[in-house]
Every structure is written in structure tokens, then in C-alpha cells.
Design a protein around this ligand. Structure first.
Ligand code: THG
Length: 258
């Protein structure tokens, strides 16, 4: 399981404030803390409603790269913002993300090829997020075959079934697990998968409990990577235990302390 930190995101009030004040120390301390807590990749998101998103993305990438060599996941639907991030990046990059919308694929797959990145493919299109596993898999397949037309092989993709909040779409939790399993049958070797874990608990009171319970289920279904909060210690304990149980880490009596 690859841990991608969700914390460098203008959605968080303190991060938005640091962006407004171009407080590079705050962002760098935050980035270093993510690495120390076990993040293996950092998601970078300028946050909602910014006219200067391309400039902010460029600034965030530069500031973060000054303190870490970890791969960066550039999280934006905007072409200009994505390009600004790609230009500034010398670390390994994952574009986050394309959807199955033709226009979005036509913009983002050429960038993926030009910059030699990996790319996350979200199972949604202009009609929104489908409400069953089969339709999600059909969209994933469409993105996979379209990527190949741009010479982007499936091993450069991460397929994302798109987690919806349990409070708003309770029937989706199980369907997302089924979608994740279906995705892995679409190619050989099985395509990699990713989720934005905290979506599941949006606007609920027991965020950590829901996040970590769901993550254990997703790990059991073969999830490759999760965008999540490495500062959630209970979540990180579950990940470690899960890795032992899935034979990804060697068992020893002290594994939780190791
Ligand atoms: N898939 C992919 N990328 C994604 C998502 C996904 N990127 C964005 C998101 N979903 C994952 N990242 C977050 C980041 C923060 C939160 C949830 C998901 C979050 N933030 C608090 C909230 O909204 O309540 C902010 C609290 C605060 O204001 O301090 O929960 O699914 N590929």
C-alpha cells in the first residue's frame, strides 16, 4: 500500500492561509511532517476557488521540492494549473487526474506523454459518477484503451473508483469495493488502483473510525495506493497491520513498533 498524503491542500484553512501569505515555512514544515509520518508521495492541491491557481501550484511544487524528493501527485482538473505544476516539477509526478470525459482525456493524456508522468484515472464522465461497479469498470476500460492510443501503457495508470461520502450515498461503499475488484480483472498484470480515502467520512462525526475501517476493507480488495492523512496514527497502525496480514511486510511480534 502506497501512502499519499492529502494534507497539502488549500481545502484546509491553515493551508489556504499559508498560500495567501506565501508562507513557505509552514508548507515545508507540513511536507516534512508528512514524510516523517510515513507518506511515500504528496498530493498537492491549491484548493477551491482560486483565480491564481497556476501560480499557486507552481509555488507549492517549488516550495515542497526544496525539502523532499518524494513523488508529487498534482491534484487539479485545470489544464493551466496542471501544466504549471508539471513545468516546475523535477520530482517524479503523478497527474491527478483525468476522467473519462473525452475533452479531459484529450488535454491530459498528451501532457502525461510529454512529461513522462503517471496518471490517475477517475471513474466518472460528463454525466457524473456512475452508481454501479460495472459502469465504473467500463469507464476505467475506456480510459485505459484511450491512454494506449497515446502510447501510455496501463502500467502508468492508477484507476480510481471515486469514493463518495457514506452520509450522502450509503449504498456506494460496497459498490466501490466491487469496482476495485473489477478494475483488477481489466488487464494482466492487474492495473494499479488508488482512492481518496477521506471522501468516505466527509461531514460525519467519526471520521477516523470510518476512514480506517474502510481502508482495511479496500486493502483486502487489493488497493494499491490511498490518498489519506498520515498524521492519523490509528489509520497508520491499521495500514501496518494490514500489510503484515497481506504478506507485504514480514511478520514479527513487534511489527507495530517497527
Ligand atoms: N481521488 C483522487 N484525488 C482526490 C480525491 C479522490 N483528491 C482530493 C480528495 N479526493 C482527497 N483529498 C482530501 C483532502 C481533504 C479532505 C478529504 C479528501 C477533507 N478535508 C476536510 C473536510 O473537507 O472536512 C477539511 C477540513 C478543514 O477544513 O480543515 O476531508 O477521491 N484521485
Amino acid at each position: 500500500m502506497i501512502i499519499i498524503s492529502e494534507r497539502i491542500n488549500g481545502l484546509f484553512g491553515a493551508v489556504a492561509k499559508a498560500i495567501d501569505g506565501r508562507d513557505s515555512r509552514f508548507i515545508q514544515d507540513l511536507a516534512i511532517r508528512q514524510v516523517e509520518r510515513g507518506a511515500q508521495m504528496l498530493d498537492i492541491n491549491t484548493g477551491p476557488g482560486r483565480e491564481d491557481a497556476p501560480a499557486v501550484m507552481e509555488w507549492l511544487v517549488k516550495v515542497v521540492q526544496d525539502v523532499t524528493d518524494l513523488p508529487l501527485s498534482l491534484d487539479t482538473p485545470g489544464q493551466k494549473t496542471m501544466e504549471a505544476g508539471l513545468k516546475a516539477c523535477r520530482n517524479k509526478v503523478i497527474m491527478n487526474s483525468t476522467t473519462a470525459e473525452r475533452k479531459r482525456m484529450e488535454r491530459f493524456f498528451p501532457l502525461c506523454k510529454e512529461y513522462g508522468t503517471e496518471i490517475i484515472c477517475l471513474a466518472m464522465d460528463e454525466r457524473g459518477v456512475p452508481n454501479d461497479a460495472q459502469s465504473r469498470a467500463e469507464m476505467a476500460m475506456l480510459m485505459m484503451t484511450t491512454a494506449m492510443e497515446y502510447d501510455i501503457m496501463p502500467d502508468r495508470l492508477y484507476l480510481d473508483p471515486l469514493i463518495l461520502p457514506v452520509g450522502a450515498a450509503q449504498d456506494q461503499g460496497k459498490k466501490i469495493i466491487q469496482a476495485l475488484q473489477l478494475f483488477q480483472t481489466l488487464n494482466d498484470p492487474p492495473p494499479r488502483t488508488v482512492v481518496g480515502l477521506s471522501n468516505i467520512s466527509n461531514l460525519t462525526k467519526e471520521r477516523s473510525l470510518l476512514n480506517r475501517t474502510y481502508l482495511a476493507m479496500l486493502m483486502g480488495a487489493g488497493l494499491t495506493a490511498a490518498i489519506c492523512d498520515p498524521e492519523d496514527e490509528e489509520l497508520m497502525r491499521i495500514i501496518k497491520a494490514g500489510q503484515v496480514l497481506l504478506n507485504e511486510k514480514l511478520y514479527c511480534d513487534d511489527f507495530l513498533r517497527a
